[in-house]
Structures are given as structure tokens and as C-alpha cells.
Design a protein around this ligand. Structure first.
Ligand SMILES: [Zn+2]
Length: 75
């Protein structure tokens, strides 16, 4: 009864969404296969019960890539 329309708030932007299960799974996959993503400040501060919306995941992935790019260029 309580679980059918459970909604959660995004850990980053605080927006309430109801399709978080999808993004929870994507997040787990991202964290599992991408150690740079896993090491991101936001991601590493999350608990198991926190969740991030599509928009913020994309933002974090972009930040991770940008950080890697700047590291690689820094010689
Ligand atoms: Zn968000």
C-alpha cells in the first residue's frame, strides 16, 4: 500500500520525482563500472538510500569527464 507511488527527492537539486527507480539502477551501473564517477564528491557523499535525478546524473558525468580532460591536458 505504501510502496506503489513512492516518490523521492533528488540528492543534488532536491526535486521530487517518481521515476527514480530507473535512475537508481543507472546510478548503480555507473558507480559499478566507472571508478571516476564513483570517486566524484557528490556520489561518494550519497548514502544507499539517496537518489539522483536524470538531470543531475548527466551533470555529474559531465563534470567527471571535464575533470579527467583537464588532468590529462595538465603536463
Ligand atoms: Zn536533481
Amino acid at each position: 500500500m505504501f510502496e506503489s507511488t513512492r516518490s523521492m527527492n533528488c540528492f543534488v537539486c532536491g526535486k521530487e520525482k517518481q521515476d527514480f527507480e530507473v535512475w537508481s539502477n543507472k546510478l548503480v551501473i555507473g558507480i559499478t563500472y566507472d571508478s571516476d564517477f564513483q570517486n566524484n564528491d557528490v556520489i561518494s557523499n550519497m548514502s544507499d538510500e539517496d537518489i539522483i535525478c536524470h538531470h543531475c546524473i548527466i551533470g555529474i558525468q559531465k563534470n567527471v569527464k571535464d575533470n579527467l580532460g583537464s588532468k590529462n591536458n595538465f603536463r
